[in-house]
Design a protein around this ligand. Sequence first.
Ligand code: BGC
Length: 260
Amino acid sequence: MKGYLMKLQNKVAIVTGAATGIGQGIAIRLAKEGAAIVVDYVGKPGAADATLNAIKSAGGKVIAVAADVSNPQQVQAMVDEAVKTFGSLDILVNNAGIEFKHPFVEFPVEQFQKIISVNLIGPFVCSQIAARQMIKQGKGGRIINISSVHEDLPMPTNAPYCATKGGIRMLTRTIAVELAPHKITVNNIGPGAIFTPIDADVEANKAMEDALMAEIPLGRWGKPEEVASLAAFLASDEAAYCTGSTFFIDGGMLRQAGSL
Ligand code: BGC
């Protein structure tokens, strides 16, 4: 009962889309648990500096790698870099995700394709390349997908996003079965309304925010740190018997939907 036992010592984790939001929260928390972190990001060099600095100042091990999650060459290079720098790859968190909102009848198909590419092809490509590495290492592994309550719950104006989250639900269930013989577990976290840049439009509009809060029994936004503590559990040895499931963290949102 002396000190806090870090859950992820000697583990190496890639967290995609970790420059901001939930990915940033997860990268910082896994680092605090002792894991060496590869912060995946897109955009200008320096875009992930806030995450990098937070981990470094807490004494953690971290590198940042720019990689488009839907591009197999870039993802392979990132996995190779993780292994070269830290010696292995034990945990993959598929967090990178985007959404654009329009009424369905006006939704441009090009935007749908972009959403599919980041939210669904991304986790497919990253999981496939990470799983090959984990199988080669022969000591199991953890794949955690950041899905959403919207893998289950419709959200008007957000049809493509919901479709990709429904897709990731079945990707997870299927590859969890295929990868189980290798002791690689695959699970989804299904967050509800978490206070991050993806919801900047709602955060800036009091009427929209009030309407959203009215749908949440706990009556508030979730925090990236709260999602991160669930990720830390699922990434750890303690979660060895969890696979193929979605773990919702939504302030009760799914239970309330449709009940008013
Ligand atoms: C979406 C947000 C939405 C939240 C709750 C998330 O998956 O990205 O736009 O507010 O779910 O509905």
